[in-house]
Design a protein around this ligand. Structure first.
Ligand code: ZN
Ligand code: ZN
Ligand code: ZN
Ligand code: ZN
Length: 364
């Protein structure tokens, strides 16, 4: 369930909360249920029931909204193009593109991308689940509102399965990621909290690690910095103990560094990154998004630090120039990581210029 609040009073719900007998809308108490019925639920209950009951009905609606937002955001990029899957234009559903494909490649209907992912998963290999989050042509992660639309598509496809099904569990993760990518941080947070509660109820020990890491990111973006820091620190310590060279450890180091940076603990961030970046370069390579993100954090913790020397600032600018070049080549100019790296490059140059130019009082 991702409808984790009472439909009448918005109180958080236990997983076995009372439900409307017909459409399965959930409530904190039978009082709230009866109250809601009288206040208008009786008029829409039948429609929700016919739409597959509360959770499906909600997901289908959110999906339609998210597709409309994605189509609108991609309108300029997809004008005059056709879907590479069904070869049709924007007849009933508009077109999107939210990956690193260029030219005429990668333009599609969200529903076609979703069907393609669903068919790949039906072949039975759980690794094919990646088609819900990565473009099959450029192999880069979808981003922004397109990922969000696919997240809802994924969730509405699998939500009817049993909680124990791996497709359903991965779908919840995909939805949380999509909401996060589209900057709906509060919504991402509530999906991830639901996912964590479910996993702790039915999963194996250790299953909650990735969820905790995603949850920490959502805390950070929602401004709960101390919560994010203690979570990312614990996760990093645990993973590093298990294997300092695992990709998961590198990602968790990146998250921990971001938490330190956001609390202005720059020296600690830098020493963590000095240790991690060479490992990433060796294990996942110079062109990997993980390495680019680690180098970004390193440069940021140099130029954002008021105590940095002129040499430090030059190092930050040089690091970001190189990182931006790689990001543009590998991820493309429209990718969010590229955008953040380029914005940081501008900021680092501005910081350096301000330091190099003596103030009028000094030059006088
Ligand atoms: Zn209630
Ligand atoms: Zn009902
Ligand atoms: Zn299509
Ligand atoms: Zn692509």
């Amino acid at each position: 369930m991702i409808l984790t609040n009472c439909a009448a009073c918005a109180a958080p719900l236990a997983h076995d909360a009372p439900r409307c007998r017909r459409c399965l809308t959930r409530y904190c108490s039978s009082t709230c249920r009866d109250d809601h019925w009288r206040r208008g639920h009786q008029q829409i209950c039948g429609e929700i029931h016919l739409g597959g009951n509360a959770e499906q009905y909600n997901a289908d609606r959110k999906y339609k909204e998210a597709v409309a937002v994605a189509v609108e955001a991609c309108a300029a990029d997809t004008a005059g193009q056709t879907c590479f899957i069904c070869m049709d234009g924007p007849v009933e559903e508009g077109l999107v593109r939210g990956c690193s494909c260029r030219g005429a490649a990668g333009v599609a209907h969200v529903s076609c991308l979703a069907r393609q992912a669903q068919v790949a998963v039906e072949r039975g290999d759980w690794q094919n689940f990646v088609r819900w989050s990565k473009c099959g042509l450029c192999e880069q992660r979808y981003h922004g509102v397109v990922y969000c639309a696919l997240g809802w598509a994924c969730w509405k496809t699998y939500l009817g399965l049993a909680e124990e099904d791996w497709e359903r569990r991965l779908a919840m993760t995909a939805l949380g990621n999509g909401l996060f990518e589209a900057e709906h941080y509060e919504d991402a947070l509530s999906v991830r909290e639901a996912e964590l509660a479910m996993t702790r109820r039915i999963g194996e020990p250790g299953d909650d690690r990735v969820i905790l890491s995603n949850l920490a990111n959502s805390y950070q973006k929602a401004g709960r910095l101390e919560d994010a820091l203690s979570m990312t620190r614990d996760l990093y310590a645990g993973l590093k103990f298990g294997g300092a060279e695992d990709q998961e450890t590198l990602i968790s180091a990146n998250n921990y560094a971001a938490s330190l940076r956001d609390l202005n603990r720059f020296e600690e961030a830098r020493s963590l990154l000095r240790e991690t970046i060479p490992v990433a370069q060796r294990v996942v390579g110079e062109d990997s998004e993980i390495t680019l993100q680690l180098k970004l954090k390193y440069a940021q913790s140099l130029y954002k630090d008021d105590g940095s020397t002129l040499d430090d600032l030059c190092e930050a600018v040089a690091t970001l120039e190189e990182t931006a070049r790689i990001a543009r080549r590998v991820l493309g100019g429209a990718h969010p990581s590229t955008t953040v790296i380029e914005a940081s490059l501008q900021n680092s140059r501005a910081t350096l210029r301000a330091r190099e130019t003596p103030s009028p009082a000094e030059s006088a």
